[in-house]
Design a protein around this ligand. Sequence first.
Ligand code: IMP
Ligand code: MG
Length: 195
Amino acid sequence: MTTPPARPVPANAYGDDVERVLVTEDELHTRIQQMADKVSAKFGDEDDDIILIGVLKGAVFFITDFARALTIPSQMEFMAVSSYGNQTSSSGVVRILKDLDRDITGRNVIIVEDIIDSGLTLSWLIKNLKNRGPKSLGVVALLRKPDAVKTKLDLELQDLGFDLPNEFVVGYGLDFAERYRDLPFVGVLRPSVYR
Ligand code: IMP
Ligand code: MG
């Protein structure tokens, strides 16, 4: 895992709250196109549309850009989950707040995830969705923190956008207290924002 170099912070709606940019808007879009091309190639010969599943709310920006970068038809489903645990670490015990609207039995399904931290939420989700009998189940994740490398997600993880250092990041869907999701890049907040 290499720490990406710091880049100038573009003018944005949050003044100087963002201290460093880890992934620029251009880098996000270039990488997402590469990830989408792989999925388009892999599922290009399938009869059925693939189903993309996004976990609310963090994955919303990624899933919509990813779907538009595909050259094959995809359908979109959303889930909302809450993990039991404290504020900063997830316990791996998950409650479904909003379930899928449709049956995924016999379908090619891809979980489109914003960030894998401990990986516990994703592990739970994979198990839950596998039980519904999809034809195939894969994961594309945009970002990954170092702790995730310890969890056994390798089999399902089809593609990963960027490995990040162990820092709390915001932007491109990721929030701090529901703010900063609308930033077009991924960055690190100035510590004074937390106080
Ligand atoms: P975990 O992989 O079960 O530990 O939890 C992953 C979830 O925690 C993600 O889907 C995010 O919603 C949230 N999360 C983890 N790290 C960050 C971060 O750096 N910024 C914002 N949200 C994060
Ligand atoms: Mg999330």
